[in-house]
Design a binder for this molecule. Structure first.
Ligand SMILES: [Zn+2]
Ligand SMILES: [Zn+2]
Length: 829
């Protein structure tokens, strides 16, 4: 049997869609707008079929929405700065810009060959000066608002990538990119004050009803708001205070010692001039060295030193010893904790090791017990707590907090796990930070009129590892005049985290060539939030949190009128082969051309959409790919067998009353399929079940290709036109080339994607007959074709008089008969 000429057809339509600008969007048509956004990729090279899922889902949805009458915006661009491109370029000894440009070209060709069409007039490339000029502008807006600041801090350092990383880029103590255990370095860096938006970023998660629940939960846990109390302990015989944050003020009577971070400022005052000063300094130096080598991360230990000093517990008046230990981090909370070993596991270990007192202060039930009641559950009762004895934990929290507040020794505080976003990178391939360091004026922003600060391309761009970016080696770049005093000054030589580039790109698509501003407020307000965002779940915290932050910030400044960028989010699952994620290093990738060559892009698309619910991880299977190819060939053969009558478009008018019984079944099946595809695709991404429905429809249709037309009723030809028309229109978003070709061959001049989707008539959606499943004790015993909507009693009667059931019952009465309308009867014996 001859196969359909997919290569010829696919090339023809790919070229025509490109020529005609199929997905060109008219932004003035905002009434029925649909902004369909796929996360823009790193231009990292060849895409394999695993990558394809994201784009094929997005393209199919965009085409579907276009046919459903929406003005669809489907743009694409390149997240082109950053480590992946730079590392790959270094490996190949070429410039990152060249590597990036070549990949962009190659990936665009791939999209073209997959029939994935975008509005390319809106392409944005984050490494081009006309884009990063506005990333720098964004930095300056944050700076002007006091939300970009420079601070010396212990930061995460990846020794392999030779750059600092944001907390979000450290996974289990290792670099998110290369997996190398991170080290700590003390460096002065730029931060964005994302914590200023912690509350609203958290609260607004509840408005994102159309986001996957697990992504919302991950963001909630990352921001992690907790209410607690800052408690002031006074250093004995001084008026100096040490502030400890605790979420458990109800346990303050059980605080039997304090632990300070070795970097806590009070430490210096306590040890200076003390008898054991040299010993203390040695310990602190050792902790610092462990930290730098990464040892402190992998083995936090319970190492600590008593500083020969005491602090006064503000509620009990008791003097408690002050210790230092590396397990308390200066970066978290206040850098000092009140240790309650009876009710905290880590404190308990420490107390046990150094034989410090353990005092129970919360009791659960009647049982006296020391450990562990680690969490604040609210149903314990206070003991050993002076005037607060007998109170429930919740009351104790409020009363102790109130008492401390009144006496000026404490205050309630909300604390977040979320830290400010560290955005400096000591790498070459990024947007230069638009700031100047002047010996006289301090840190001075580059004036807007001098943007962009262009990344020089004539320097040695390899990372250096001395905590400075390669840009520091270029005098031509580094040395500038101070914009404020005109004296000699230096540019900031770090570049920005690439997640800054991607935090606002979805706004740039609306006016990508505007040289006067980053984005157009009016267009943004009309087209955003994005109606459907599609991408990988690996961005659940990183990109999706940063983009939300920047959008909230821009709203707070009046630049836009909405605060959430993405109304709906869909995260696709991975495609695996042999049970593991496809990757080059594992050698299990399926190159798309191995499918497109012999079977065509439509087959690849169909298979990727058909293989499983798209949100799930799923296993690639070569045989099922062939099944999809056969399905498309069957449709093609049907057309060829009936080309004579399919050459004219359907009138759409069919009188059901004059159809023969098999024709009526086909007619109803067609309405059913229309209804199914609408439901499955438009809101639920169930491409796989939509395709099954179309396969079912095709199974009913196919036999009509073999009979002669004359053997049918008077409307046979019209019915076949009607069904075939619906079939290819419904299938078109998923397998666009073959459907566009068949559309043209069946007498249409305009592109199928300018047509509306067929609409189902609810009257005909139900099949006239259905297969009643008859079970005995939940095992299928028979099937019988009965009219739809047969009453439950009638269904029961049909089952009970079936010979198979009579035989099984053997004269007994059934215990129970379960009826599910339009589906089954189960006789329980
Ligand atoms: Zn790394
Ligand atoms: Zn100056």
């Amino acid at each position: 049997m001859a196969k359909y000429p997919h290569s010829e057809i696919e090339k023809k339509w790919q070229d025509r869609w490109a020529r005609d600008g199929l997905m060109r969007c008219d932004l003035s048509r905002t009434k029925e707008k649909f902004y369909c956004l796929m996360m823009f990729p790193y231009p990292s090279g060849e895409l394999h079929v695993g990558h394809g899922r994201n784009y094929i889902i997005g393209d199919s949805l965009a085409r579907f929405k276009k046919m459903a009458g929406f003005e669809v915006l489907a743009p694409m661009g390149w997240d082109a700065f950053g480590l992946p491109a730079e590392n790959a370029a270094i490996q190949r000894d070429i410039h990152p810009a060249q590597w990036t440009r070549e990949n962009i070209k190659r990936m665009k060709e791939q999209f073209h060959h997959w029939g994935v069409v975008y509005d390319w007039e809106r392409e944005v490339t984050s490494c081009e000066p006309d884009y990063y000029k506005w990333t720098q502008w964004l930095f300056l807006q944050l700076f002007k608002a006091g939300l970009a600041y420079r601070k010396a801090a212990s930061v995460n350092w990846c020794p392999k990538d030779k750059t600092v990383l944001a907390n979000e880029q450290v996974v289990d103590g290792a670099c998110e990119r290369c997996g190398t255990p991170i080290e700590e370095r003390h460096l002065e860096q730029w931060f964005f004050k994302i914590t200023a938006f912690a509350d609203e970023l958290l609260a607004d998660l509840d408005t994102l009803a159309d986001w996957p629940e697990r992504v919302v939960t991950m963001q909630k846990n990352w921001i992690d708001r907790s209410t607690g109390v800052e408690i002031e302990f006074t250093v004995k015989d001084t008026d100096r205070r040490i502030t400890c944050f605790t979420t458990r003020p109800d346990t303050v009577f059980g605080a039997t010692f304090l632990v300070l971070s070795p970097q806590h400022p009070e430490v210096e005052r306590l040890i200076k001039g003390s008898k054991r000063e040299p010993e203390f300094r040695t310990a602190i130096a050792r902790y610092q060295a462990d930290k730098l080598s990464g040892k402190a991360r992998t083995d936090p230990g319970k190492d600590g030193v008593f500083l020969d000093a005491y602090a006064i517990n503000p509620v009990s008046g008791e003097a408690v010893p002050i210790w230092i230990a590396p397990y308390v981090l200066m970066e978290y909370g206040t850098g000092a904790i009140m240790a309650v070993p009876a009710h905290d596991e880590r404190d308990f270990e420490f107390a046990t090791r150094y034989e410090l007192p353990v005092r129970e202060v919360v009791r659960f039930g009647d049982k006296e017990g020391v450990l562990p009641t680690p969490s604040y559950s609210g149903d314990g009762t206070l003991v050993n707590s002076g005037a607060f004895n007998g109170l429930g934990q919740h009351d104790a929290f409020e009363k102790i907090a109130g008492d401390l507040e009144k006496r000026g020794l404490g205050r309630k505080r909300v604390n977040y796990r979320l830290r400010d976003w560290l955005i400096s990178r000591q790498r070459y391939w990024g947007a230069p930070i638009p700031m100047i360091h002047c010996p006289k004026c301090g840190v001075v922003p580059v004036p807007d009129s001098e943007l962009p600060v262009v990344l020089p391309d004539d320097i040695d761009f390899r990372p250096r590892g001395d905590g400075k970016s390669p840009l520091a080696t270029s005098d031509a770049f580094r040395v500038v005049k101070c914009p404020q005093c005109g004296g000699q000054a230096e540019r900031d030589t770090d570049t920005m985290d690439t997640f800054v580039d991607s935090s606002w790109y979805f706004m740039r698509y609306l006016s990508p060539k505007d040289s006067t501003r980053a984005f157009d407020k009016q267009l943004c307000d009309a087209w955003l939030p994005v109606d459907q965002y599609i991408g990988g779940v690996e961005h659940a915290i990183l990109h999706l949190l940063y983009a939300r932050f920047v959008t909230h910030f821009l709203k707070s400044q009046g630049f836009i009128s909405f605060s959430e960028p993405f109304a709906r989010l869909f995260t696709q699952g991975m495609i695996q082969k042999n049970g593991i994620k496809m990757s080059k290093s594992r050698g299990n990738v399926v190159p798309p051309d191995t499918i497109i060559g012999p079977m065509g892009a439509d087959t690849m698309r169909l298979y990727i959409l058909f293989l499983a619910p798209p949100e799930r991880d799923s296993e690639w299977n070569d045989e099922s790919v062939e099944g999809c190819y056969r399905f498309l060939n069957r449709i093609w053969r049907f057309y060829e067998a009936r080309a004579d009558i399919l050459a004219t478009p359907t009138s759409g008018k069919i009188d059901e009353a004059t159809l023969t019984a098999p024709e009526r079944e086909l007619f109803r099946k067609t309405h059913w399929a229309i209804d199914r595809v609408h439901n499955d695709v438009s809101d639920h991404f169930r491409f796989n079940t939509a395709i099954s429905a179309l396969m079912e429809l095709n199974n009913v249709l196919a036999p009509f290709g073999e009979e002669s037309v004359e053997s049918g009723g008077p409307q046979r030809a019209e019915l076949l036109r009607f069904t075939f028309d619906a079939l290819i229109r419904l299938l078109a978003p998923m397998t666009p080339h073959i459907c566009e070709e068949l559309w043209e061959r069946t007498g249409h001049r305009e592109s199928i994607f300018k047509m509306a989707m067929p609409a189902a008539n609810p009257v005909f959606v139900k099949a006239e007959q259905f297969d009643l499943v008859i079970q005995v004790n939940s095992k299928i015993r028979a099937r019988e074709s009965v009219p739809s909507d047969t009453e439950p009693d009638a269904m029961k009667a049909i089952a009970l008089r079936h010979p198979k059931v009579i035989e099984e019952l053997a004269g007994r009465d059934p215990k129970k008969v379960i009826v599910i309308q339009n589906r089954l009867v189960n006789v329980v014996v």
